[in-house]
Write a protein that binds this ligand. Structure first.
Ligand code: CP
Ligand code: NVA
Length: 307
């Protein structure tokens, strides 16, 4: 079987991403109003099964992928570390070989990015990155879809990131380099994204310390939890990030038509106030829903049906 892995946005490149976004927007529109569990008329992945391996918690990624493969005509199997043999030390490589015998694709959510790469190395079916400590490309596909649906174009867009230099920021920066938009990340020095990850922005991403400098004139303002999964709750980190909270006052410095995005789950009152996340500029609910639509396109791309 010819297949493609979606381990990073660069695996798809600008053309692949553009094709997936167009497909996601079209298919979402085409099935509007149907029951969520109804299979798309063309059932393009009929008979295909997706294995989902979770070594970290998830609400959106788990449910949106399960519904995505269902709407495409296929089905999903979920494994988590605690109840599978992975949790008892079976290797990722052996798991990859076994799952490839049962399923047509594997989605992995794990901590160490090297485990995702190992899964892809030993699997003989497409492997999809459902989040690692280094990146979260599926999330950014949904974010880009949400931005396009808000009427904004990607080239020349100005995105402001506030807070922790984490896996979600890393994928936004990668997207900026591929899709030609600009990212200004306001992060405390000690929690900035490493230079190597910023370099994925190919000159379109920079880090500043001042939150106001980052949001000035921004078209999109994005933040995420200050403590990611697997990180210890550290008072020192929360204190360093406090000045980076997205407030109405900060949003007022952005473009008047600026949109607010957050991958969720949110820690209301930490990285963002209720007034912003529930306010008129917030697109968090369409953003969350678009995980479903964007991942349908990712699945189809992995099987060579688009791009
Ligand atoms: N945004 C996101 O990936 O959410 P989950 O952790 O709930 O999957
Ligand atoms: N940065 C967050 C994203 C959660 C979807 C984490 O890794 O926990």
């Amino acid at each position: 079987m010819t297949y493609r892995n979606f381990l990073s946005l660069s695996d798809a490149g600008a053309d692949g991403i553009a094709a997936m976004l167009a497909d996601a927007i079209d298919r979402k529109r085409a099935r509007a109003g149907q029951p969520k569990g109804a299979v798309d008329a063309d059932a393009p992945l009929a008979g295909r099964t997706l294995a989902m391996v979770f070594e970290k918690n998830s609400t959106r990624t788990r449910v949106s992928f399960e519904m995505a493969i269902r709407q495409l005509g296929g089905s999903a199997v979920v494994l988590d570390a605690a109840t599978s043999q992975l949790g008892r030390g079976e290797t990722v490589a052996d798991t990859a070989r076994v799952l490839s015998g049962y399923c047509d694709a594997i989605m992995v959510r794990t901590d160490d990015h090297a485990k995702l790469l190992e899964m892809a190395q030993y699997a003989t079916v497409p492997v999809i990155n459902g989040l690692t400590d280094d990146s979260h490309p599926c999330q950014i596909m949904a974010d880009l879809q949400t931005i396009l649906e808000s009427g904004k174009a990607l080239p020349g867009l100005k995105v402001a990131w506030l807070g922790d230099g984490n896996n979600v920021l890393a994928s936004i920066v990668e997207a900026a380099g591929l899709m030609h938009f600009d990212v200004v990340a306001a992060c405390p020095q000690s929690f900035a994204l490493p230079e190597e990850a910023m370099a994925m922005g190919k000159g379109r991403a920079r880090t500043v310390n001042d939150p106001v400098e980052a949001v000035a004139g921004a078209d999109v303002v994005v933040t995420d939890t200050w403590i990611s999964m697997g990180q210890a709750h550290a008072d020192v980190k929360l204190a360093a990030l406090a000045p980076y909270q997205v407030t109405e006052a900060l949003m007022a410095q952005a473009s008047p038509d600026a949109k607010f995005l957050h991958c969720l789950p949110a820690h209301r009152g930490e990285e963002v106030t209720d007034a912003v996340i529930d306010g008129p500029q917030s697109l968090i609910w369409p953003e969350a829903e678009n995980r479903l639509h964007a991942q349908k396109a990712v699945l189809r791309w992995c099987f060579g049906q688009i791009g």
